[in-house]
Design a protein around this ligand. Sequence first.
Ligand SMILES: [Zn+2]
Length: 901
Amino acid sequence: MESRYTPAEIEAKWQQQWAEWGADTTSEDPKKPKFYALSMFPYPSGNLHMGHVRNYTITDAIARLKRMQGYRVLHPMGWDAFGLPAENAAIDRGIPPAKWTYENMAQMKGQLQQLGLSIDWDREVATCSPDYYKWTQWLFLQFFQAGLAYQKESAVNWDPIDQTVLANEQVDGEGRSWRSGAKVERKLLRQWFLKITDYADQLLADLDKLEGWPDRVKLMQANWIGKSVGAYLEFPVVGMDEKIAVFTTRPDTVYGVSYVVLAPEHPLTPKVTTRDRAAAVDAFIQEISAESEIDRTAEDKPKRGIPTGGKAINPFNGEEIPIWIADYVLYEYGTGAVMGVPAHDTRDFAFATQQKLPIKTVIIPAGGDASQPLEAAYTEPGIMVNSGPFDGTPSVDGKQGVIDLAEEKGYGKARVQYRLRDWLISRQRYWGAPIPIIHCPSCGAVAVPDVDLPVQLPEQVEFSGRGPSPLAKIEDWVNVPCPSCGEPAKRETDTMDTFIDSSWYFLRYTNANNAGEAFAKEKVDDWMAVDQYVGGIEHAILHLLYSRFFTKVLRDRGLHSCDEPFQRLLTQGMVQAVTYKNPWTDKYIPAAEMASETPDASLAGVTEKEFTLINPKTGKLFPSTDKKLDLANPTDPSTGDPLQIFKDPETGDPLRVFYEKMSKSKYNGVDPKAVLAKYGADTARMFILFKAPPEKDLEWGDADVEGQFRFLNRVWRLVEEFAKNSAKKKQKSGKKLSKEEKDLRRAIHTAIKEVSEDLEGDYQFNTAISELMKLSNALNDSKSTDSPVYREGIETLLILLAPFAPHLAEELWHTLGHSDSIHQQSWLAHDPAALEVDEITLVVQVMGKKRDLIQVPAGASKEELEKFAREAEKVQPFLDGKEIKKVIVVPGKLVNFVVSK
Ligand SMILES: [Zn+2]
C-alpha cells in the first residue's frame, strides 16, 4: 500500500536523525574549499516571524547546495541578545532581562529547528552571555589602546522614551529613534565614541572591492560617508585675534561671500557677540537648543538666524562681513561655521533673501550679465566675475586657483571632508556590555585589566525605567579601587551600543567555543570573509558599516588578515500580505472579518478616495480609479463578470485592498507556526523560494502555498509509485536508448543544467523550482518507467530538490533504497551529449498537403532530407506515376513535393 505524504511525521523524524548523525557539524577537511554562509542573527524577541523564515530559508538552501557542490560549509546561528526590549520587559513585568532573553532564545531555537535548517548549533553564540561579552569588552579595549575609543562632551541625540542616547545612524530621516519612534532631542552629555572617521577613506574606497553587493547598498554607504573635496578657509574676526574656519566645496565663489554663520554652540559665538546683541543671541540659543538636528537642517523648513553684531574679514577681497548664528549650522559637522554665498547656493539665497543680506554675483553663465539681480541662486559652473585676479576665469579652473592662492597667502588650504561622524557608543541602560573602564580622580580613564574581564552585569538590579542607568545606583558595583594607583575610583556605568556586539559575531563563529581568545587568528583567516551574507536592507548602513569598520581596525591590530567581512551580500525583500484599509478613516480591518459583497448602492459618486473592487470568480483586483471601470455598474472589463467590494463592517465604506509588509498593527501577519503545522517546513520553504526572486518583495498567497504542497505531493506519489513498480518488475538494461528514453534523458539533463545555472551567483530559486516542476511533469508523462533512464530521472529530481525541500528529498531517497543521506550526495553535472537533439521529426508534404511524418537525423543535409522524404512509406501512393516537378526543402522542418497533375 502506498503511504501518504505526512510532513509532520517525516520532518520530525529526519531532524532527529540528522542531529544523531551530526549532519550539520562544520567540516574542517582542509582538502575542501571553504564556504561561509551567514544569515544576520536575530534579536530574541520570542517569536519567529515570516521575515526570519525567508531570510534563513534562503541561506539554508545556499548552504545545502554548497555542501553538495563539495565545499566545507560554515553555517552558524546565534542571538543578538542585548538590547532594550529585555529591559522593558523587566520594567513592565518584573522579569529579569537575562531570564526573559534566554527563554525567548530557547523558544525561537525550537522554531528554527522545525524549519530543517542545516545550522551547526555547536557554534551558537549569544551576545549577552559573559563568555561572549568578555571579548566584546576586550575588543573595546583594543580600540581604547589604539586611541580609537575616546570620551567627549557632545550634543547628542536623546531618546526621551528609551531614556538613552542614540548614534546618528539610529535616527531616521524624520528625526525619530529607530527603535522607540520617539522624536529625538538634543542634550549635552559626556559620552564614549569610536573613531570611525579615521577609517572614512578606507570604508569609502573599499566599497569598490565589494562586487557581490547590491549597488544601492554601496551607494547608501557612500552617501553616508559623504566625501567632499574642497577648501578649508579662515576668516579673521575684526578686532580680535580669532579666525572663523569654514569648509567649502565651492572655493570659486569666495569673492561672493556676504556673511559668515556660526553654529549657535560654536565657542566663538559668545566672543564675537556684541554687548547690545547679547540678550537676543542668548534667547535665540535657548530657543533652538531643544530642537533636533533633523528639524534644524530639514530642507523644507525656513532657516532661522540672527546677527551677533560681530564682523569678519573676507581675506580675499578685504571686505568686512557680518557674523550671524543660525539653526541650520551644526557644531558637530565640519568646522561648525559656514560662509554665506547667496548668489551661488540655494540655501544661502533663501536665507539672505529672508534676512535682507546682500547678494553678490561672482559667477555668470557665458554671455551672462552680472549686474542683473538674480531670481534664484546660480549654482552651475560659469565665468568668474567680481573676483579680483580671477575675473574671466572659468569657475571649474578657479576652484584650484583660489585654493592655490589661499595656500600661498596663508588664508587656508585644500581639504577633503567627510559627512561621517564618530560613532557614539554610550548607552545609559542596563542590558548591554558594560564599558570596561574605571574613572580615577588621579589617573583618569583606566582600562580594566584583561585578567579582570568580563566586567559582569550585576544581577540584583531594580528597574524603574526612569533616571540614570540602573548600574549607576549599585554602589558596591560602581565603587572600586583604581587598577593603576589603587585609590578609590568609579566604574563607567554606561553600557555599549548593541551594534558593537554584532560588529564581530561573524568572527566569533569561526571558533565559537574559544575560551582563551576572542578568536584564533588562523581560524578567522581560514573562514573569513563570509562568502554569502543574507539579511535585511534596513542594515544597509548601521550594521554593515560598523562591521566593516571593526574588521579593518582588528586587522590593523594584527588580530586577523581580512580586509572586508562580507564578500557577497543578498538583501532579501520583505514578506508582504494583503491588508484591508478604510481610506476614509485610515483604519485597518482584520482579514478574517473580510468577505467581498455586491455593493448595495451605486458607487458612481464615490470618487474622492481610491478603493478596490474584486472579480469574485477570478480573484482579480481593480482600483476604483481604473478608467476602464464603470462605477455605476462595475464589471470586469475582460470577462464581463460583476465586480464586488469589501466593506468596512462598522461604517460600510468600501475598502482599499493592497499588499504591505506583514505586521500586527495591520492585521496581516501570517504566523509561521500555523503554516508549519498545516503544511510542514518543506512546503513553507518551497513557497518562499518559489514565489519571488530572493531580493524582491514577496506577496503571501495561500493559494500559492497550497500549490507548492500539491507539487510536493506529486513528487511523493511519483517516487512511491516508481519504488513500488521497480520492486515488482525487472528493469530493462543494456539496450540502445529509444527515442522516448532519449527525450526523457534530455529533460533530465536540461533540468540539471538550468537549475545549476539558476543557483550560480544570484540564486534565482524561483526559476530553479520551475525547472524541477518541468522535470516532474516529464517523468509523470513518460512511458519508459521501467528504463534505467527513468530511475536516473527520479534520483536527479530528488537530488536537485534536496536544498529546497530537505526532509521530503531525504525520505524519498531512502524510499528508493539508499541508506546514506541525500545531503551527502554530490551535486550533478549535466551531460552535454544528452542535450543534443539527434533526431527530428520531418513533415513530408505532397502539393502542400501533409502525407507523412518521419524521424530523420538532426544533422541531415538538404539532399539527404529529400532522399528520406522520397522513401517515406505513406508518401508513395501520392508520388506513384507522377512526375516530380519541384522539391522544396525547409531544413529541420519539412519537404514538399510539387508533382504533375
Ligand atoms: Zn588611579
